[in-house]
Write a protein that binds this ligand. Structure first.
Ligand code: NAP
Ligand code: MG
Length: 498
């Protein structure tokens, strides 16, 4: 309905207007700062930007337009060889012998430079990956800097982290990361590895390599000794060449469970250390004594944050039966108010789906939900033309055998189920091959502790969701992987204890 040229949004079911604060469509508020997006990005090996041995480049797409953003170097085995060689040399000659307090100084410097350039980095992250600028600016970038600050502090205090033991670096770490939090995943992996005295070869995800190369520029400007961090962009085969390289001492992989299992097989018997951060299908459990309004906001954040491109997303909502109808009707109204659109607009809640392939996977799984008999509810918002978009969606009438209840959708799609007793909630929550995260919403502290102790999940949030801090470890059980990143625990995968 148009009222004096302003769009009035109407709730879906009962035509009741939404609360006054949420009725008006905002004027566009695009982020306008100019950024230094290059036409072409090279590899970062031995402190220099170098062309790939193949001479080939591939396009990085802006998912909000579907158009080419820039060209990324296609690294191959030859480049991985050069990068590993450079990392080995830097490890033996410079980084390992360096006093730990000096290593810490580099990390502090890098952290400060990330803060200085955070606005530009946030814009580039949103352009290349599709996430709303509000998230890249207020969530990703502050956390990226915080991780470097945090691990900078550990660099000369490792003996306090492991009292009575002598922590020794492993050597060269190969690190492979996904596209959902490109800079943040790079920070999680690089900061802890360097603080422990290792050197690094990083392989970013194919669709989101841009900000990793800007991070490389920061390393160069910070005067980080050549070879301490090397970044080789390219497709999955480039990652496989890194994982299979004989000169690597440790692989840290974040990505899908399928590829993670392949890497585990590839490394079996080699003696190389491995940590895997894989997929998830988190249960967000809401009890009838929970503060419902807060819980609904937490559920919204848990699944629609970053387009649902979150391994620990609260993608299964378990509602106590008595509050099912109320929560569902609140969710129906709330998703209508979520703004889907230009990632660079500061009003945007849900940006673009990262790639055409990912949109295809999400659409296929939504189709399976409908086919298997669940009921789909979607926001009626208009979607921008061009690019890859998905309306915030949820399913009711989901059973635990449905694919949407079992498989990771990795998009803004929630599967809602019910339970009657706390024991049934725990049983349903644990009824998955994953074990990365979970959420509990209740008024009772004792219930939080009891339920949390029974859930098989690496991270459990209580009366909140998707909160992160560099001091807090993160990682999974079961097919969500093994090993922890973040916090003191995040040091362990990068040292051997003598
Ligand atoms: P993916 O396909 O497994 O890719 C992850 C990374 O591995 C990318 O850099 C990818 O390169 C590379 N890769 C692909 N095939 C490879 C191979 N055979 N050997 C070595 N490397 C290979 O995962 P994705 O689709 O990018 O990311 C989504 C998945 O990551 C989801 O399942 C999500 O749950 C998981 N994830 C987990 C966490 C966590 O902390 N547990 C965090 C974020 C994401 P290309 O990009 O070129 O394919
Ligand atoms: Mg891209």
């Amino acid at each position: 309905m148009e009222v004096h040229g302003i769009l009035l949004m109407i709730a879906k079911d009962d035509n009741t207007p939404l609360s006054p604060g949420s009725t008006w469509d905002y004027a566009p508020a695009p982020e306008t700062m100019p950024v230094n997006l290059r036409k072409q990005y090279e590899l970062f090996i031995n402190g220099q930007f170098v062309a790939p041995a193949s001479g080939k480049y591939f396009a990085s797409i802006n998912p909000a337009t579907g158009k080419k953003l820039t060209r990324i170097a296609h690294g191959t085995e030859a480049d991985i060889n050069a990068a590993v060689k450079s990392a080995r040399r830097a490890y033996e000659k410079v980084w390992k012998p360096m006093p730990p307090s000096e290593r810490g100084k580099y990390l502090f410097r890098i952290a400060r430079m990330i803060q200085e350039k955070s606005r530009e980095l946030a814009i580039l992250e949103s352009m290349d990956g599709g996430k709303p600028i509000r998230e890249s600016r207020d969530f990703d970038l502050p956390l990226v800097a915080a991780h470097f600050f945090y691990y900078a502090g550990w660099a000369d205090k490792l003996s306090y982290a492991f009292p009575g033991r002598n922590p020794v670096p492993l050597g060269v770490a190969g690190q492979i990361i996904p596209w959902n939090f490109p800079l943040l995943m790079a920070a999680w992996k690089i900061a802890s590895a360097l603080a422990c005295g290792n050197t690094v070869v990083l392989k970013p995800a194919e669709t989101t390599s841009v900000t990793a190369m800007h991070l490389a520029e920061i390393f160069q400007e910070a005067g980080l000794p050549p070879g301490v961090v090397n970044i080789v962009t390219g497709p999955g085969e480039t990652g496989a060449a890194l994982a299979g390289h004989r000169g690597i001492d440790k692989i840290a992989f974040t990505g899908s469970t399928g590829v993670g299992k392949g890497i585990a097989r590839q490394l079996a018997g080699t003696g190389k250390k491995l940590t895997l951060e894989l997929g998830g299908k988190a249960a967000n459990i809401v009890f009838d004594d929970a503060p419902i309004e807060q819980a609904v906001e937490g559920v919204i954040k848990g699944i629609y944050f970053n387009q649902g491109h979150v391994c620990c997303a609260g993608s299964r909502l378990l509602l106590q039966e008595s509050i099912h109808d109320e929560v569902v009707s609140r969710l129906k109204r709330r998703i209508e108010t979520l703004r889907v659109g230009d990632p660079l607009d500061k009003n945007t809640d849900i940006g673009a789906i990262n790639s055409r392939e990912q949109l295809g996977r999400i659409t296929e799984l939504i189709g399976s939900g409908i086919e298997e008999g669940a009921e789909l509810h979607q926001s009626r918002c208009a979607l921008p033309e061009g690019g890859y978009w998905c309306r915030p969606s949820f399913f009711t009438g989901v059973t635990s055998s449905h694919r949407i209840a079992r498989e990771e959708i990795f998009g803004p799609v929630l599967s809602i189920m019910t339970f009657r007793t706390p024991a049934e909630a725990v049983e349903r929550a644990n009824n998955t091959c994953y074990g990365l995260s979970a959420g509990i919403w209740t008024d009772k502290g004792s219930k939080i502790f009891k339920i949390a102790s029974q859930l098989k999940a690496g991270v459990i949030w209580a009366n909140t969701f998707n909160q992160f801090d560099p001091t807090s470890p993160f990682g999974g059980y079961k097919e969500s992987g093994f090993g922890r990143e973040g916090g003191l625990h995040g040091l362990m995968p990068y040292v051997s204890l003598e």
